[in-house]
Design a protein around this ligand. Sequence first.
Ligand SMILES: C[S@@+](CC[C@H](N)C(=O)[O-])C[C@H]1O[C@@H](n2cnc3c(N)ncnc32)[C@H](O)[C@@H]1O
Length: 399
Amino acid sequence: MSRHIALDDRTIEELSDCASRLTGFSREAILPEAIRRAAIALLKAQPTWTVDDLLRRTADRDGEVAHALCQAVSVGETYFFRHPDHFRFLADNLVPALLRAGRPALRAWSAGCASGEEAFSLAACLLESSAGSGLAVSVLGTDLLERNLEIARKGVYGLWSRRPSGPVLHSLFHPAARGQVDQVEINGPVREVARFELHNLLDPMEGEFEVIFCRNVLVYFAPEASLIAVRHLAAALAPGGALVFGSMDISVPPPGLIADGLPELQIFRRPLSFAAPAAPIPLPPIPAPQSGPRLVPMEVEPVPLHLKALVFIERGDKTASEQTLLELTSRVPGYVPGILERALLHVRLGQRNAAVTMMREVLRRTEKLPLDALLSGPEPLPVSFYRDSAETFLRRSTK
Ligand SMILES: C[S@@+](CC[C@H](N)C(=O)[O-])C[C@H]1O[C@@H](n2cnc3c(N)ncnc32)[C@H](O)[C@@H]1O
């Protein structure tokens, strides 16, 4: 007979706290239902454990429990050449600059690499853009979950890893052996320069890298955990190197680094002349959501709900993303980042009319705001960013 397991809210709270400490995730980005499912699965797999045993093991950071909790909160969404402009920046700007500077090698780190698509995209991009230079290329992919790294080490991928939003900018795979319909295998030279290891971003990283990608990971982190991870990432960046984040990942630029490229690309460089900076050069911080002098205030704090929606979007949960964004825009109708997020979701779902309506709403809500005023969101961004995004979409969709 199957065991009936009831878990009260206090137990779920304790387990969620632990998951947050283990991963760096903010409590808003942890779904109680996912924690509940993981706990029930653990208790079913270990019939002699009581709920108290589970909590004790959680407090002791028992390996099996820690792994199950990390797996429950983790979002492994990824695909080849995601955010293609980052790869264009590497090929057109960074690699030529590093070649001119006579760097001894091109070493890249894909931090929070999930199942490896980002690490292999980096390898293909660096190999192709440095071809003929004689420079050794290597890519390290790290993740919190061994399960992800096992997929990466196999180097065989299906259709979901090759989405239209990630154009194949550099050749990196070929059709897999017969019998594996729609599967591709990473090309030998790309696979040879990549390796994968377990690593938690809350721990320091040994080594130095010319390129570090840490994209779509810190968006889920609590602010303190994010600062720790950013410090570790920046410490591993070689002179002249670039540290690259997703557009929603950080709200304060990494100390000692200099922004490069378009602001929405979130690329930060270590100046070449600073072989080992004794003291980081402080950059003027981007104002935190409540503190900036020109920040536009909100009646209700919408960012946690926005982050929750991002978790659903990353998980590919269409219904939950739509519901959460609908709740967000109903509860805080003036929250422009939420309106743009809803518009973008409609675009991805092919719902053109709904997308047009939402993009027009972005324009309407921002028409009286100064272009350089910062809007509160997971990341403070200027009004011009929202207006440009909406105008570009509307221009293209009415052509
Ligand atoms: C959404 S995926 C992003 C994958 C890839 N960077 C991309 O942008 O396509 C986030 C990955 O970060 C990993 N992750 C989450 N917390 C982490 C931590 N504390 N240390 C290392 N990796 C972590 C997750 O396991 C997951 O595979």
